[in-house]
Design a binder for this molecule. Structure first.
Ligand SMILES: Cc1cc2nc3c(=O)[nH]c(=O)nc-3n(C[C@H](O)[C@H](O)[C@H](O)COP(=O)(O)O)c2cc1C
Length: 418
């Protein structure tokens, strides 16, 4: 029950994406969970799933145009009554309008008034998803406080497959519930413990890069982005000015943190080079592919009659080593080493990496089956510029994040005192 003494109310804004049919099941799931559901469908959404369906499933009238129910000031009333606002599927068009603060239909106007937790679940063709305009608009929405349920990679209606597919209704429901209920995971972060981070311009990279093979296939890895996202949330709670640069991830982006998408290793490097002069701390938690296909096919590769396929791979640029060679000043460069080796063997690989990449701090992360990837406990070993073991931290990804920022804080203090 909401604080208003009645069943909690969610406003579900549906825009004109082909995945609108999945929103019908999401409405049902909220109803089953005892929520009142108010659907706001754009005219394009009604072209895909009719008003009758929404009204029958939600048990409430559907609003589309800003001129409906003017006597009650519907968009203001609906926004005030809402305990949560969820837009799904969010089209590139609606995302652009929300980012601009436009208010030309009931969905966009109500969103502009609502102060409750706001969540957006984009879905679109990969090219639309990767377009710089969409990336910019989503980043603006996150800075404005929207939380994003990231699309997944999979089959798209065009017959292509790639990033941009709306997750299944149960997944959306569960992620949205978690986001609505979530307190900041780092609410107990103590800014006093890391005073040097306050106001620092911090970039954290997260997720696994994706290296195109053809217009619908990529080479990627098992990184989920969870650790990088926890680092970003903790840094924000510690008072840093944070930008998260993410590649393929399978967890929601954090609310209120500027987030920029970079698909491949080369995309990531050019973004980081462009940001370098304005960055105080860079933490490279992304899992960057060492290799990429030598040629990217311009058309979807056909399987033909062959039983085997040989892909020629070429080396990707080494991002840490490239940035490590740049004039550093008081900047702090932090690397991650994900190793499947254990104990001394892992430490020795990590020391080699420190020497090769010239990082100020290296976090050694042992990964493998059931270890390191996703929402599991993590263990980080911290090594300094000379490969000396500074300490270790074990626990949730939020706990080890706090420990990493403590190390960064101490390094900043050391550099500033010289
Ligand atoms: C069959 C069909 C499916 C579409 N699917 C999508 C989609 O998944 N994502 C998207 O961003 N746009 C999609 N579009 C384009 C949008 O409907 C179009 O940009 C429209 O202007 C969106 O308006 P709205 O954002 O106000 O709902 C689709 C269009 C059609 C005709």
């Amino acid at each position: 029950m909401s604080s208003k003494g009645v069943a909690p109310r969610i406003v579900i804004g549906v825009s004109g994406g082909i995945a609108a049919f999945k929103a019908v099941s999401v409405v049902r799931l909220w109803k089953k969970a005892g929520w009142q559901v108010q659907v706001l469908a754009t005219p394009a959404a009604l072209g895909l799933v009719g008003k009758t369906t929404w009204e029958a499933i939600s048990g409430n009238p559907v609003y589309t145009e800003i001129t409906q129910d003017v006597a009650h000031g519907a968009h203001v009333e609906l926004a005030r009554e809402a305990d949560a606002f969820l837009v799904l599927p969010a089209t590139a068009n609606t995302i652009a309008k929300l980012a601009m603060g436009m208010a030309d239909n009931m969905l966009t106007a109500t969103a502009l008034v609502a102060t409750c937790p706001k969540i957006i679940a984009p879905a679109m063709h990969t090219q639309m998803w990767e377009h710089p305009a969409t990336r910019r608009n989503l980043s603006t929405l996150q800075t404005d406080g929207w939380q994003v349920i990231s699309p997944v990679s999979g089959e798209l209606t065009s017959g292509d497959s790639g990033m941009g597919r709306l997750p299944e209704p149960e997944e959306i429901f569960s992620q949205a519930k978690q986001l609505i209920g979530s307190q900041s995971a780092t609410a107990d972060s103590n800014p006093e413990a890391c005073p040097k981070l306050k106001g620092k311009r911090v970039i954290i990279t997260a997720g696994g890069t994706s290296e195109p093979i053809d217009p619908v296939r990529v080479l990627t890895n098992l990184s989920t982005g969870t650790q990088g996202i926890e680092l970003a949330k903790t840094a924000k709670a510690l008072g840093a000015e944070v930008e998260l640069i993410y590649s393929t991830i399978s967890v929601p982006l954090p609310a209120g943190i500027k987030a920029t998408y970079a698909g491949s290793a080369r995309d990531l490097l050019s973004l980081l080079e462009a940001r370098w002069d304005q960055t105080d701390v860079l933490v490279m938690a992304a899992a960057v592919a060492d290799w990429r296909p030598a040629e990217v096919a311009t058309q979807k590769m056909k399987k033909g009659q062959a039983d085997t396929l040989t892909l020629e791979l070429v080396r990707n640029p080494d991002i840490l080593a490239t940035l490590g060679k740049k004039p550093r000043g008081n900047k702090i460069l932090v690397g991650f080493a994900a190793e499947t080796a254990q104990g001394e063997a892992a430490l020795s690989l990590a020391r080699e990496k420190v020497a090769k990449k010239r990082v100020d701090l290296l976090a050694l992360n042992q990964v493998g089956s059931g270890k390191g990837f996703g929402n599991v406990e993590n263990q980080l070993f911290f090594l300094d510029f000379n490969g000396q073991l500074l300490g270790q931290s074990q626990g949730s990804k939020a706990t080890v994040s706090q420990a990493l920022w403590q190390q960064v804080n101490d390094l900043i203090a050391e550099k500033e005192s010289i």
